[in-house]
Design a protein around this ligand. Structure first.
Ligand SMILES: Cc1ncc(COP(=O)(O)O)c(C=O)c1O
Length: 440
């Protein structure tokens, strides 16, 4: 076992120095000192969540995404974060009999797999490859076509629905899960044309696209500290206006937002956006009906940060400059320590990619194997890494026997430990290199 201090380049949390701690402390005191706010905060609250927060989120998203029409608060409900809300979406908008399959990019954010399995989709997850723009939507369309052709001709499942029919719910035939901007783990971003194609595919196949839009607020090209705006619409914005808008009242996209990467993961507050019918339906999940929206008290604190725009300023003045610095530190450490060992990554300068988010996805040269590298890194160098195996969609046949990628997070460890971690990885590769023959 290594005597070195641990360096953890796997953990995808924000480092404590990125959090608006002082502002949040004041927000909590202010909210709890005001009986109008605290009375609401201590209560169960409405199913759709704390109304001032819904309004402020709608205003903030309108400024950030600048959609053709302002976002109304009836398109927003408060959630317990993106993970909790994925489970709620599946409770209301899928049925294990009527919903045939779940489609995800391969690789995907690993912690969603169990949520899908808990909702009845064990062994019904389909991994779709990525290219430079993330989820390969043409490959997805083909997979859907082949899948549908294999189903019985009348396409109607004669088994009974498992869930009771209710006017606020619908069982989509397919679910597509994706992270369209600065994806986890591969940090890819879909272009507008790809986003439009994906919405059209979802409409054709009666699919609900669940987007975790949790890294959108962290683009690192920003040249000054002004309030940031997104250069890309979300899929939910596209569904609102593309080809005269949604095909039916629930639409085909739900955006899953979260404060976890901006204020602190322990807040457990997020929001969902979709058509007003979809959002209302979501707020009628059984666990919400019993007790109101999750995280009601915390919602009143977070609302203070949106009310005076201190969250927006914190993102622009603290998180984005730190993220840009951290990203640059990690890239230069990779170039210095790993490039000569054959490690590659999608370089933003070569490919003109959008940079942002939390991760760099590196590729090891053959015949190195990620699992072996991660094990040696931990055992010998106390270095924790994100092994590609974790992010591989279960039951998807890997394209090769070997897994070649590692996810490196640059937002958790202290800045001075980022280069140290990459240096240790270089030593691991050097050590293994002496024992294996590399392909050129
Ligand atoms: C893509 C993605 N979705 C969801 C989450 C978790 O969000 P929350 O903390 O709001 O549940 C993460 C955290 O790493 C993530 O990367």
């Amino acid at each position: 076992m290594s005597q070195l201090d641990q360096v953890n380049l796997f953990r995808g949390w924000p480092s404590a120095d990125l959090l608006p701690t002082e502002r949040l402390k004041k927000a909590a005191v202010d909210a709890l000192s005001n009986p109008v706010i605290s009375t609401e905060g201590y209560g169960y609250g409405p199913d759709e969540g704390y109304f001032p927060l819904r309004e402020n989120i709608a205003r903030w998203l309108t400024e950030f995404y600048n959609p053709v029409q302002a976002i109304d608060s009836n398109r927003i409900c408060i959630t317990g974060g993106a993970s909790q809300n994925l489970a709620c979406i599946l409770q209301v908008f899928t049925d294990p009999v009527q919903t045939k399959h779940v489609w995800l990019a391969n690789p995907t954010y690993h912690l969603v797999f169990q949520t899908f399995e808990d909702a009845g989709f064990y062994q019904r997850l389909g991994g779709i490859p990525e290219d430079e723009e993330g989820l390969d939507v043409n490959a997805l369309a083909l997979a859907l076509e082949v899948f549908e052709k294999k189903l019985p001709a009348n396409n109607e499942d004669t088994r009974h629905n498992i869930k009771s029919p209710k006017p606020h719910r619908k069982s989509y035939r397919h679910i597509i899960y994706c992270v369209p901007t600065f994806s986890n783990p591969s940090n890819k971003t879909m272009s507008i044309s790809r986003r439009e194609l994906l919405v059209r595919v979802a409409r054709n196949y009666d699919a609900l696209i669940v987007c975790d839009d949790v890294y959108d607020f962290l683009p690192y090209e920003q040249s000054d500290n002004s309030i940031v705006q997104s250069s890309l619409p979300r899929l939910v914005d596209i569904d609102r206006f593309l080809d005269h808008g949604p095909r039916e009242r629930f639409g085909n996209v739900v955006s899953n937002g979260s404060f976890s990467k901006l204020i602190g993961a322990g807040c457990r507050v997020g929001w969902a956006e979709g058509t007003s019918d979809l959002v209302y339906g979501l707020s009628q999940t059984g666990s919400t009906r019993s007790g109101g929206a999750p995280s009601q008290l915390m919602s009143t604190f977070i609302n203070e940060l949106l009310e005076d725009k201190s969250l927006q300023r914190h993102i622009a003045e603290t998180i984005i400059p730190a993220g840009s610095r951290r990203y640059a530190l990690m890239i230069s450490a990779i170039n210095e320590n790993l490039a000569s060992l054959g490690v590659t990554f999608l370089s933003d300068t070569e490919h003109q990619l959008a940079i942002g988010g939390y991760y760099v996805w590196i590729e090891l040269p053959l015949p190195l194997d990620t699992a072996q590298v991660c094990k040696v890194a931990l055992d010998r160098y106390n270095l924790v890494l994100g092994d590609e195996c974790l992010f591989t969609v279960p039951s998807t046949t890997p394209q090769t026997d070997r897994q070649q990628h590692i996810r490196l997070c640059f937002m958790w460890e202290a800045e001075e430990k980022l280069a140290e971690g990459v240096k240790r990885l270089g030593s691991v590769l050097q050590m293994l290199r002496e024992n294996v023959t590399f392909e050129k």
